[in-house]
Ligand binder design. Structure first.
Ligand code: AMP
Ligand code: GLY
Length: 410
């Protein structure tokens, strides 16, 4: 089987590496990938637009396309490929509203009977301001933009003044409606399912580190590291997670929205149990780099089962080891400007799995070109062991201005 992975980040590096392990995959390309991936033995093809990817797949008789980033999921790529008879593992742009509209997502969660934070919807500034006026602020209020906002659309507001500011800023940047949500208190985790339209397998759980430093009030990032599995859920919680996914898929199905693709639940474990904060219609970055190396089951076979609606009797087995993934970022990340263009040096042999993201080639050398540059995943019999191994290797990497958080997996 000839496979294309669409994307160019660390998540797609981990996806491609895992798919390449499958005996059923004869050829594999990452489109467009990055030159770091090529160094680790993956083939990258310099095609990025939907037209280019479609043409590439036809020219190379590709059988299956696995899509990483949400931008490609929301594009017309799947439709194009399907009209050419090429299987594309990604949700349809329509059902991807689960991520691109928080309002749509709330509606599905409510109809599915999946616990989520209570929420009011302000369709205009006036209405939103009226609602926040009624909140007593003994607990913070969460103000959220409805659409995609690259991690900048959620304000947790401790006071009426802050909530007013949030309504004004988010309203003018992203428009209305805004969601005004009850603030949940607890620990966050991510859970991942692989879905065939009706059935799913639970791939596993992970926890990521969203802030740039250990200070919980420091800037929000795409993710500075992760570990897998989540270490604070019980077998009972895992059963609940499965029920959440099952109810959500059944609810979508009942509305003629069949969901095929990876489904990522962002959850909060509170004193009252698990709540879904949001769904994403893709795998997480960097959670994927922590989760996939633990997968024992053949990922390509699971995806083939999903695109042929045959997941019903499949299971997903994970290695018993724990993983820790540590990300190295460029100076200036996340606010910018980024200090880029510096050679990425690796002092001695990196023994663990290295995943490349924001790198490019300059005068035959690999240089940093993005915010998140690369990451290392290590497996260990304990989180502590995996952590030691991951940090040993990330400290073999250097580029001018490189920064890593030192507390991943602590
Ligand atoms: P979201 O994009 O909805 O996942 O929100 C981004 C982040 O905001 C989450 O990872 C949480 O840390 C925080 N957040 C979102 N909704 C809530 C909520 N209802 N209560 C507490 N924190 C929240
Ligand atoms: N790490 C969070 C995300 O991928 O959205």
């Amino acid at each position: 089987m000839k496979v294309v992975v669409v994307g160019k980040g660390g998540r797609e590096h981990a996806l491609a590496q895992k798919l390449k392990e499958s005996s059923s995959v004869t050829d594999l390309w990452v489109c467009p990938g990055n030159p770091g991936m090529s160094l680790t033995g993956l083939q990258c093809a310099d095609v990025e637009t939907t037209e280019e990817i479609e043409r590439f797949c036809l020219q190379n008789a590709v059988n299956l396309v696995v899509v990483g980033p949400e931008a490609s999921i929301l594009s017309d790529l799947k439709q194009r490929l399907q009209s050419q008879g090429i299987s594309c593992f990604a949700p349809s742009a329509k059902v991807a509203a689960l991520e691109s509209s928080k309002l749509f997502c709330k509606g599905i969660l409510k109809d599915a009977g999946v616990p989520t934070a209570a929420c009011l919807v302000g369709y205009s500034e006036k209405e939103a301001l009226q609602f926040i006026q009624q909140h007593d602020f003994t607990q913070p209020l969460v103000v959220k933009a409805d659409g995609l906002a690259q991690g900048k659309g959620v304000w947790v507001c401790e006071s009426l003044a802050k909530a007013r500011e949030a309504v004004q800023v988010l309203g003018s940047q992203y428009g209305f409606p805004l969601l005004l949500e009850e603030c949940l208190v607890g620990k966050e985790l991510s859970a991942f399912a692989l879905c065939d339209g009706k059935d799913f397998v639970l791939l596993g759980t992970a926890c990521d580190y969203k802030r740039i430093t250990p200070d919980p009030f420091s800037a929000n990032t795409g993710g500075m590291g992760a570990y897998s599995p989540c270490d604070f859920i019980t077998p009972e919680d895992e059963k609940t997670l499965r029920e959440f996914f099952a109810k959500t898929l059944a609810c979508l199905h009942s509305k003629n929205l069949s969901y095929q693709g990876f489904l990522f639940a962002g959850l909060m474990k509170t004193s009252e149990g698990l709540f879904v904060l949001e769904y994403n219609v893709r795998l997480g970055d960097p959670e994927t780099q922590a989760l996939l190396p633990r997968l024992k089951t053949d990922l390509a076979q699971l995806i083939v089962a999903a695109v042929t609606h045959n997941l019903q009797n499949q299971v997903c087995e994970l290695k018993p080891e724990v993983s820790v993934h540590v990300v190295a970022v460029s100076e200036g990340y996340p606010q910018g400007p980024l200090n880029t263009g510096h050679p990425v040096a690796i002092q001695s042999r990196v023994l663990q799995q290295l995943y490349y993201a924001g790198v490019c080639e300059k005068q035959n050398a690999l240089v940093n070109s993005g915010g998140r540059v690369l990451g290392v995943t290590a497996l260990g019999s304990s989180k502590e062991q995996a952590r030691v191994l991951a940090y040993q290797d990330i400290h073999k990497v250097s580029f001018k201005g490189m920064y890593v958080r030192e507390d991943i997996g602590l």
